[in-house]
Write a protein that binds this ligand. Structure first.
Ligand SMILES: Cc1cc2nc3c(=O)[nH]c(=O)nc-3n(C[C@H](O)[C@H](O)[C@H](O)COP(=O)(O)O)c2cc1C
Length: 291
């Protein structure tokens, strides 16, 4: 997830549950082809994050092919093609969800990537624009084009991230496909995901993981003090990946999420959004209530 699931956060999630599959943040195939350093950095990962899918987006077939080959050379487990991002700028560039509305181009991309690499290729998309009326036909085309898996976010293009997700069209899609189908949308925990699984092959947890990598396990820490070593480890990993200055800017949003349900969270939040060093992060964390 853009801005969240970088290498440090993925490593933290794998510490909590080593059995999960991780995805990179979505990464521009154009940027990779043009050797943009900021884009390349998004694909840095450690072996502990495997199995890991590189998620790439774009619209240009040769760029997708080139980007997928680079991901293969970097040691990724699979390639995930983003066909669901609703961001205005992304869709205006004919990327992300725009491909969900252009099934012919979407299928050409899938076919080209699947033929170019030896890795499994998956697609992540949404129910549809305003409803899921063409989800089954899109899914069948994706399967025929050579995708090895499809993941459906159970919201439409027009629905915000906080509205209830609808998994019924995803269950129906699974009935007409042979490839694995994963469900996504509104899952709050591992047990919640398992309760929604039905006939599906797996599920993805998104926003519920922010400040809560324990959503991937049944073994929930009983006290905040038991979470602190993980929070600190997260900060340390980020510092070692991105340097202290950048890491301190980026960890702030995570720290705020980590403390969101504690008493007097507002007071801690105002300190956490100003941290400037690892030492300062440790100092603020030490003052948190040991509930
Ligand atoms: C901040 C943010 C960033 C996201 N970035 C991506 C992304 O890079 N690639 C992607 O496929 N989906 C992305 N998504 C969508 C999520 O993967 C997921 O489909 C969506 O949040 C629904 O799942 P949830 O209800 O569990 O959060 C993003 C969502 C949010 C809120």
């Amino acid at each position: 997830m853009e801005g969240y699931t970088d290498s440090a956060f993925r490593q933290i999630c794998k510490l909590i549950n080593p059995n999960i599959i991780t995805y990179t943040e979505f990464t521009s195939s154009d940027g990779l082809v043009f050797n943009a350093k900021t884009v390349q950095k998004k694909l840095v990962f450690s072996l502990s994050e495997r199995p890991i899918l590189a998620q790439i987006f774009g619209k240009n077939i040769p760029h997708f092919i080139d980007a997928a080959k680079r991901c293969q050379d970097m040691g990724f487990t699979g390639i995930d093609l983003n066909m669901g991002c609703p961001d205005k700028k992304v869709v205006r560039s004919e990327h992300g969800f725009a491909l969900r509305q252009k099934p012919e181009l979407a299928c050409k991309i899938i076919e080209a990537v699947a033929n170019a690499v030896d890795l499994p290729v998956s697609v992540k998309t949404r129910l549809g624009f305003k409803d899921a009326f063409d989800l089954n036909s899109f899914g069948k085309s994706v399967e025929s084009a050579g995708a090895d898996m499809i993941c459906i976010h159970g919201r439409t293009f027009v629905e915000p991230y906080n509205c209830p997700a609808n998994w019924n069209p995803i269950y129906e899609l699974k009935q007409v496909l042979s490839i694995p189908v994963l469900g996504n949308g509104g899952v709050t925990s591992l047990s919640d995901g398992l309760s929604k699984l039905n006939n599906l092959d797996g599920f993805l947890i998104g926003q519920a993981s922010f400040g809560n990598p324990w959503c991937f396990t049944h073994n929930l820490p009983e006290q905040l003090s038991h979470k602190l070593p993980i929070i600190l480890r997260h900060a340390e990993l980020l510092v070692s990946d991105k340097g202290e200055e950048r890491a301190c800017l980026e960890i702030r949003k995570h720290l705020v999420q980590y403390v969101k349900n504690i008493p007097n969270a507002r007071a801690y939040r105002s300190q956490l959004v100003h941290v400037q060093s690892l030492t300062e992060i440790k100092q603020v964390l030490e003052t948190l209530p040991t509930l």
